[in-house]
Design a protein around this ligand. Sequence first.
Ligand SMILES: *Cc1c(COP(=O)(O)O)cnc(C)c1O
Ligand code: SF4
Length: 349
Amino acid sequence: MTAARTLKTPQDLADAGLLDRDRLAEIQTVADRYAIAVTPAIAGLINRNDPADPIARQFLPDPAELLTLPEERADPIGDAAHSPVKGIVHRYPDRVLLKAVHVCPVYCRFCFRREMVGPQGEGTLGPDEMAAAMDYIRADTDIWEVILTGGDPLVLSPRRLAAIMEALGAIPHVKIVRFHTRVPVVDPDHIDGALIAALKASGKTTYVALHANHPRELTDAARAACARLIDAGIAMVSQTVLLRGVNDDPAILGALMKGFVETRIKPYYLHHPDLAPGTSHFRMEIAEGQKIVSALRGTISGLCQPTYVLDIPGGHGKAVIGENAIRYGDGCYSVADFRGGEHRYPPQA
Ligand SMILES: *Cc1c(COP(=O)(O)O)cnc(C)c1O
Ligand code: SF4
């Protein structure tokens, strides 16, 4: 059974057979706090016979979200501390985030910006706010890359995207425009000729970073949508969140990374989940994450290796947190191979 439109309420989910009617009241409490959206493509991917389905776990509201831990926070990666004008986050000298829209085609239950996105979120930048954001980018010649995120920028109409690309296209020091999106997976038919044309500007390089967390998300339709982007000259990288009960297994994570590479998408980041409110059921110890990531090394191609990162709470940026392969002590290095064997570097004569 495939839904014809996006499911946005517990009642919609129940009508689509994705929620038992006797749980409606309980799930309404979650819906009152955090937005819900499940696209037809995602509803069709959910295995209704599996209570632990990894697709359902990412998108269907769960009472576990009502538990907020003391260390969790509304702005887990400290965007607010680095926002000089509305819609811009400027944490690193050569690149800025441009948050044009705070709406998404789906609402991921583990979202790090869950307090900012959704119908009750921060909305879309108005024309004056967008002009001010562009002025900021134009005024700082160190800004080499603009990263559209949000929200999901690909929910904007081709007309609005083309206007953004035209404005960025006229700024000589901006060379790269990167879009972070889930659309090719959650609404693949939306990636059509008009949208693709709107993502390109003459003289600029466009990257699309695809957010996907489970190999089943890379359906034939999703892969075809990515192929359309790449065939049009857009480069793609991936971004995945390491999630308990979704991909906390080297075999599943490896299959996902291979799926990206088969689709000509270079695996980029594997994020440790951020401390967003009501998401503790998705998080694991960093040591466990390091074990999973180490297991990928040596078992699958180097092309398939993502970089495991943590966004440091408080706005201090990302840190690479994979296990250290090399240690220094007693006047020499000791380096571990993928089987765990230790080797002295340089080797003794
Ligand atoms: C994650 C992030 C970026 C992008 O970082 P990359 O390492 O270039 O992918 C840029 N700005 C902010 C504020 C970020 O949080
Ligand atoms: S698509 Fe991204 S911003 Fe939107 S809910 Fe999912 S994780 Fe959050």
